[in-house]
Ligand binder design. Structure first.
Ligand SMILES: N[C@@H](CCC(=O)N[C@@H](CS)C(=O)NCC(=O)O)C(=O)O
Length: 204
């Protein structure tokens, strides 16, 4: 495989997903770090050569650049047990990864970013006005996950897949965004199962 470099900000759960996937499948990954709070992913150089969407993570594979965390996880995990062979399970895994991007990350990760890294006092009036809706939607996402995990050890099938990695990244630090994980006991037990996986690496 070509050399792999992750363009990242280590505070980002989206970047952590890719590092966790690489560790679980045993692939070496170089990193290049950016400070998103300082606008380092919005420079003309970054926009022109790394990602015109102005965001990390971006997985560089040789001379090619692949943005979007879940696409990068797929690239790394292809051919490993983290992607089920069964056609339905594969689609079901994608279902949870799309759920993560639409119903989970925009609420839980954004609340964490606002409260833990920016600080409530520095939020704009528009951001403050969105907080209640994001809190409610984030709780709904955790409740849905808890209901599923009360019946099943993993999101898909009998073992960990990319669905677990994608959802683990921001769930295990959801308390930084003001979400009480003790309200979701099946999620808490699943977090411990993910942490016990061989090759697991913690978030920076
Ligand atoms: N859907 C994208 C989201 C990427 C994203 O929102 N990245 C954030 C950090 S987690 C970012 O780069 N923010 C900096 C900015 O928007 O300027 C993914 O999953 O990779």
């Amino acid at each position: 495989m070509a050399d792999l470099t992750l363009h990242e900000d280590p505070r980002s759960g989206n970047c952590y997903k890719i590092k966790l996937t690489a560790a679980l499948v045993g692939l070496p990954l170089e990193t290049r770090q950016y400070d998103i709070l300082a606008g380092e992913t919005r420079t003309p150089e970054f926009l022109g050569s790394v990602n015109p969407n102005g965001r990390i993570p971006v997985l560089q594979i040789g001379a090619r650049f692949l943005p979007e965390s879940n696409a990068a996880c797929w690239y790394l995990a292809e051919g490993s047990p983290l992607i089920p062979g069964n056609r339905f399970d594969q689609a079901d895994m994608l279902r949870w990864m799309f759920f993560e991007q639409y119903s989970h990350e925009p609420n839980i990760a954004t609340m964490r970013f606002w409260l833990h890294f920016v600080g409530e006092a520095k939020l704009s009036p528009q951001q403050k006005a969105q907080m209640m809706a994001k809190r409610i939607a984030g709780c709904e996402a955790l409740k849905l996950m808890d209901g599923h995990l009360a019946q099943s050890g993993w999101f898909v099938g009998d073992g960990p897949t990319l669905a677990d990695i994608a959802l683990f990244a921001y769930t295990h630090v959801a308390e930084d965004g003001g979400f009480a994980l003790s309200d979701y006991p099946a999620v808490e037990r699943w977090i411990e199962r993910v942490k016990a996986l061989p090759g697991f690496v913690a978030m920076a």
